[in-house]
Design a protein around this ligand. Structure first.
Ligand code: ZN
Length: 57
């Protein structure tokens, strides 16, 4: 739910480019104010995952 609009959020796949890699993340977006919700936990988790993946190569 969006705190501001009290609308249900929609999940949307967004392409993210980080370092050498392209990957898709699912973000929650408010259909009314277009605010994208991304938790710090998710952001950190993704970044760590990607960094770890690169190190292995
Ligand atoms: Zn909203």
């Amino acid at each position: 739910m969006c705190d501001k609009c009290q609308k249900a959020l929609v999940a949307e796949k967004v392409k993210v480019r980080y370092l050498e890699g392209n990957f898709e993340v699912e973000l929650l977006k408010c259909p009314t104010c277009k605010m994208v919700f991304i938790s710090d936990e998710l952001a950190m988790g993704k970044m760590l995952e990607v960094e770890k993946g690169l190190e292995d190569k």
